[in-house]
Design a protein around this ligand. Structure first.
Ligand code: LMR
Length: 334
């Protein structure tokens, strides 16, 4: 059969026979969220397109929900070449020594997806991805998720309501400072452990976009959630540079095309997926979803924006300014 139809397929996608003569190249793509999330769906889209465009020369295995690696392990595995693609949240690059990515964690730095995409899809985003190369990592794309809400077991109307609460955060010094700024107690924890920590009271609350909260069932163990939109959570898709550069050129070209199209898809569905999850949380009746008034939101902003200045020496004043310039954010205008 199959040789003939395979060859026809190859010609169709422009790959040489040499590229697929052997067994398919297996690309392991590991991530920590559920499949039914913006990142989970985009990873599946990449698999579909990569396999199609390479005519089967590449097989992508997607491991969702921390089934292959958890947060910290996945970065180490990528550097060792045990896994080939990851899409860690931008808040998880600090331990790798690339502190600049924590700029995305600054509270209220993005007013919405439009402002965010000016950065991620523009020159500043490209400069940030280039910072990964000395670590042996190649940044392929930015994938959107969404804006975070705070959740806890007691109502959250003002920043003081989180005082003294143990709040789970991702491994970002900016997020640590954000929580300290409102006198709550930040606890860094792998994503896979959050549900249980909330259920057993190891932590009191957390922050996440709705898609993560809902698909991990956190709403079942958090009685209150407030739509603060106080920060952004999104991803950089990364690969082991040596692995990527070592792929046959024609395969890489097709994979780049698949990545480009999956990125468009990821960023198209992100808001919609989060809106759907929010509606599902509301419908569950398990968490009271509170939409703060303009004054209440302003109070959160006022309390949290000083984190920008405090984190300047870690992230770089110039980088923060370049983002202000792209988005028009002005901390003086609060
Ligand atoms: C988290 O740990 O809360 C997120 O980074 C999970 C994810 O990948 O969206």
């Amino acid at each position: 059969m199959k040789i003939r139809s395979l060859l026809v397929g190859l010609v169709a996608v422009g790959l040489s026979a040499a590229a697929v003569a052997a067994d398919p190249i297996v690309i392991k793509f590991s991530h920590v969220v559920a499949q039914d999330t913006p990142k989970g769906k985009a990873a599946e889209k990449f698999k579909e397109l990569a396999e199609k465009y390479t005519g089967g020369a590449v097989k992508v295995e997607v491991y969702a929900n921390s089934t292959l690696y958890k947060d910290k392990e996945e970065m180490e595995a990528l550097q060792l070449g045990a896994v080939h693609l990851l899409a860690p949240s931008l808040a998880k690059f600090g331990p790798l020594g690339v502190k600049e990515f924590e700029v995305f964690d600054l509270p209220y730095i993005f007013d919405g997806y439009e402002a965010l995409n000016k950065v991620t899809q523009g020159a500043v985003g490209q400069q940030l991805l280039a910072k990964l190369e000395p670590k042996g990592i190649k940044g392929l794309a930015f994938w959107d998720n969404g804006f975070k809400s705070f959740s806890a077991n007691s109502p959250i109307r003002k920043p003081e309501d989180l005082k003294g609460k143990k709040m789970r955060i991702q491994s970002s010094k900016v997020l640590e400072e954000q929580m300290r700024e409102i006198k709550s107690l930040p606890q860094v924890m792998a994503f896979s452990e959050v549900y249980q920590a909330l259920q057993t009271g190891v932590v009191d609350g957390t922050e996440n976009p709705h898609s993560n909260l809902y698909t991990q069932k956190m709403h079942e163990v958090q009685k209150h959630m407030t739509l603060t939109d106080h920060g952004y959570l999104g991803y950089a898709v990364i690969t082991n540079k040596k692995f990527w550069d070592g792929l046959p050129a024609e395969v890489r070209t097709q994979l780049d095309k698949a990545m480009k199209e999956s990125t468009v898809y990821a960023n198209q569905i992100a808001k919609e997926e989060n809106d759907k999850s929010l509606a599902a949380v509301r419908a569950s009746g398990k968490t009271e979803v509170y939409a703060p008034t303009a004054e209440e939101k302003a109070a959160f902003k006022k309390a949290l924006v000083p984190v920008h200045k405090k984190m300047e020496s870690r992230i770089g004043a110039e980088l923060i300014q370049s983002i202000y310039k792209e988005t028009g954010f002005d901390p003086a205008k609060l």
